[in-house]
Write a protein that binds this ligand. Structure first.
Ligand code: NDP
Ligand code: BG6
Length: 511
């Protein structure tokens, strides 16, 4: 259960000289500061191997705040005030002997900032350190809660396959209880993902329809227009299945498909999500071939600019068979979802950046309004847009004013930007605050994590054991391999090809 008032505490970030700290974590903490959401007594201690003084760290973080924080201010005094809470210590993070120095620094911080021995340790380091840092902290007694806050937040990737995820969980349990471990999946911190729960469970009209009797199929898309950028080294060993499907897409699937929880308590929500993961049908090798499609982007001119193919990206093997696109059809074997196909897809270098869920309702049993060129009786669609142009769109049939019964498809849409207070907190802002409060609802529990790895493991194995299994090239700027359309059951059914703007669709790509 969440605590009422946020206790005084320090946020200790490992990997503080890295990209995530600069671009996401510190700007998110700044946004919390601007909204007066931080505890009365608070400090950040950055930890990494690079030598840096407190001042040099503050200067670097100040740049990050100015560039990346959502709450913009031109008042330098405010930013400086915030930065005065930031501190830095350089240790060799992979050497346990250095952790005494860290403990000493924390004791000093307790005195200076009155954080009372309450610490959150955020691991934003290379994943090879995820099993080590927590045990080195434990050697210093920094895992012991007693009446203190001692929590660890672990960035993705949490494991590289099922066995490594199990091993990492086991290693963490040597020194920490499950309720001290916060496994982050930043998609769950997105306001619009949380709103799926509210749409489903705060409205009486959707839930009665939210099942196999009324829903034909569901699409979940997380498309990106960027390529691998400077992350070739990591990505070429990961691929879209591990990078996006095992975590973000399956988490979205669970939020869409779960049963109503008994309460909004962390364990109630997480219990229901786990049941979804447990009910996802695992495919045999022969089923995989027809239900899972992988692709890799090739060179092309996009909006007049030349874009390299994946194999020519920095730190990517020239004969790489890593997938930058995955689309699949899957089934959830439960009473609610029996027979309803879920289609999920994700890819890099697609025409636009968009994440959304599309609920396709079944069409009316009888087509009364025939001979209507402007009307397709192929079922209403409810689109839950995660990003950008965050909002909800319902596609419905409406009479065209005038004689007869001419019908057309129209959009009923809500955009967050229309709200008087349309500030949408960044996912990291919400998640860091939740951990400070002690609310793990939006973090992934060990059993769920292992269950999602359990689903993707046969696919990983199949591709590993059958390197010649099809890997389709798709030109940068396209919607992926054409054959992904053949996944979708039903004549004339295709993926929705969304645009940046929620209500624009029906055109193939963004120009
Ligand atoms: P960077 O490579 O930019 O930073 C890694 C950080 O870890 C640096 O501060 C580095 O500092 C420190 N570090 C400590 N020990 C080691 C070591 N033995 N070898 C290398 N670096 C070490 O990574 P990111 O900040 O991008 O990512 C951090 C973690 O977050 C990764 O696990 C990544 O997968 C994950 N992540 C990142 C995202 C992003 O957008 N950047 C998104 C989602 C997850 P120093 O060399 O000074 O010790
Ligand atoms: C990260 C992946 O977890 O999510 C990246 O590692 C991806 O490859 C990113 O670009 C997408 O997140 P968002 O919030 O931009 O949709």
């Amino acid at each position: 259960m969440a605590e009422k008032k946020i206790k005084d505490q320090a946020l200790v970030i490992f990997g503080a000289s890295g990209d995530l700290t600069h671009r996401k974590l510190i700007p998110a903490v700044f946004d919390l500061y601007m909204q007066k959401s931080l505890p009365d007594n608070f400090a950040v201690l950055g930890v990494a191997r690079s030598e840096m003084t407190d001042d040099a760290f503050r200067e670097k973080m100040k740049e990050g705040v100015i560039e990346f924080a959502s709450m913009k201010t031109t008042d330098e005094k405010i930013i400086n005030e915030f930065c005065s809470m930031l501190h830095y210590v350089s240790i060799n993070t992979s050497d346990s002997a250095d952790y005494g120095k860290l403990k000493q620094r924390l004791v000093e911080l307790d005195e200076k900032s009155n954080v009372k021995g309450n610490y959150i340790f955020y691991l934003s380091t290379p994943p090879s350190l995820y099993p080590l840092v927590p045990s080195y902290l434990a050697e210093q007694g920094l895992n012991k809660e007693e009446d203190k806050i001692r929590r660890i937040i672990i960035e993705k990737p949490f494991g590289t396959d099922l066995q490594s995820a199990i091993d990492l969980n086991k290693k963490l349990y040597e020194n920490y209880d499950e309720d001290q471990i916060y496994r982050i999946d930043h998609y769950l911190g997105k306001e619009t993902v949380q709103n799926i729960l509210v749409t489903r469970f705060a409205n009486g009209i959707y839930e009665p329809l939210w099942n196999r009797n009324y829903i034909q199929h569901i699409e979940i898309t997380a498309a990106e227009s960027i390529g691998v950028e400077n992350r070739g080294k990591y990505y070429d060993n990961s691929g879209a299945l591990r990078d996006m499907v095992q975590n973000h897409l399956l988490q979205l699937l669970a939020v869409v498909a779960m049963e109503p929880p008994m309460s909004i308590d962390a364990s109630a929500i997480r219990n229901e999500k786990l049941k979804v993961f447990q009910a996802i049908r695992h495919y045999s090798d022969s089923e995989l071939i027809t239900n899972v499609i992988r692709g890799q982007y090739t060179e092309a001119n996009v909006k007049g600019k030349y874009k390299k193919g994946y194999r020519n990206e920095a730190d990517v093997a020239p004969d790489s068979r890593t997938e930058t696109y995955v689309a699949m059809k899957l089934f959830i074997d439960s009473w609610r979802w029996s027979g309803v196909p879920f289609y999920i897809r994700t890819g890099k270098r697609l025409p636009t950046r968009v994440s959304e869920v599309v609920i396709h309702f079944k069409p009316t049993p009888q087509t009364l309004f025939i001979d209507n060129p402007e009307f397709r009786n192929d079922g209403n669609q409810l689109i839950l847009r995660i990003q950008p142009d965050e909002g909800i769109l319902l596609k419905t049939g409406m009479k065209i004013p005038g004689t007869g019964f001419n019908v057309k498809n129209v959009n009923m849409d809500f955009h967050y930007s229309d709200l008087a207070n349309s500030y949408i907190p960044d996912a990291y802002e919400r998640l860091i605050l939740d951990c400070m409060i002690g609310d793990a609802s939006l973090y992934t529990r060990a059993d769920a994590l292992e269950s999602t790895w359990g689903f993707v493991q046969p696919i990983i194995d199949f591709w590993k054991n059958n390197p010649d299994a099809p890997l389709y090239g798709y030109p940068s700027g396209s919607w992926g391999p054409d054959c992904a359309d053949s996944l979708i059951e039903g004549k004339e059914q295709t993926w929705r090809y969304p645009c940046k703007n929620l209500s624009d669709d029906g055109i193939y790509c963004e120009l």
